[in-house]
Design a protein around this ligand. Structure first.
Ligand code: GNR
Ligand code: NI
Length: 165
């Protein structure tokens, strides 16, 4: 099932997601729906927060063929180093792109969609995407990393758009 994606400045995007207690059938169905929603959007990642489900689930596929799905449940960054600047966008902030600086190399521990623990080392686009998605689970948007001036301009632009509807 395709899920609706919350759009900035929806307050529900500020919710802090709770850890998944057990990877049961409800969670597995949620993971499936999130992959479907991400591929349809299309996007390279999606956090549960964006579809108004406030448990710690992320889906990602940064491959060209869209055939390398990765699901992270209760993800934790256990190591990070280096820096990378990447132009980010977000399905919850349509038509807006800005550079953000993040760690380039990270090691993540999580559960997969079968409830098994795994570790993954990531860099560049995958690393940026994982950090962007974990931010969502903590109620943080990529625009929060920008200067106050840029945030003010985005707020104005968004208010204009809302008026037009
Ligand atoms: O589709 C997406 N592209 C993207 C590009 C640069 C940095 C991060 C991303 S994630 C985004 C999908 C999304 O909003 N995930 O939360
Ligand atoms: Ni996003």
């Amino acid at each position: 099932m395709i899920l609706d994606i919350l759009k900035y400045p929806d307050k529900r995007l500020r919710t802090i997601a709770k850890p998944v207690v057990s990877v049961d059938e409800t969670i597995k169905q949620q993971v499936k729906d999130m992959f479907e929603t991400m591929y349809e959007a299309p996007g390279i990642g999606l956090a549960a927060t964006q579809v108004n489900f406030h448990q710690r689930i992320i889906v990602i596929d940064v491959s060209d063929q869209c055939n390398e799905p990765i699901c992270f449940i209760n993800p934790e960054v256990i190591e990070k180093s280096g820096e990378i600047q990447w132009e980010e966008g977000c399905l919850s902030v349509p038509d807006y792109y800005e550079n953000v600086i993040r760690a380039n190399d990270i090691k993540v521990q999580a559960l997969n969609q079968h409830g098994e623990t795994f570790e993954l080392e990531a860099s560049e686009m995958l690393s940026v995407c994982i950090q962007h998605e974990i931010d969502h689970l903590d109620g943080i948007l990529f625009v929060d990393h920008l200067s106050k001036l840029k945030q003010k301009r985005l707020k104005k632009k968004t208010e204009k758009k809302v008026k037009m509807l």
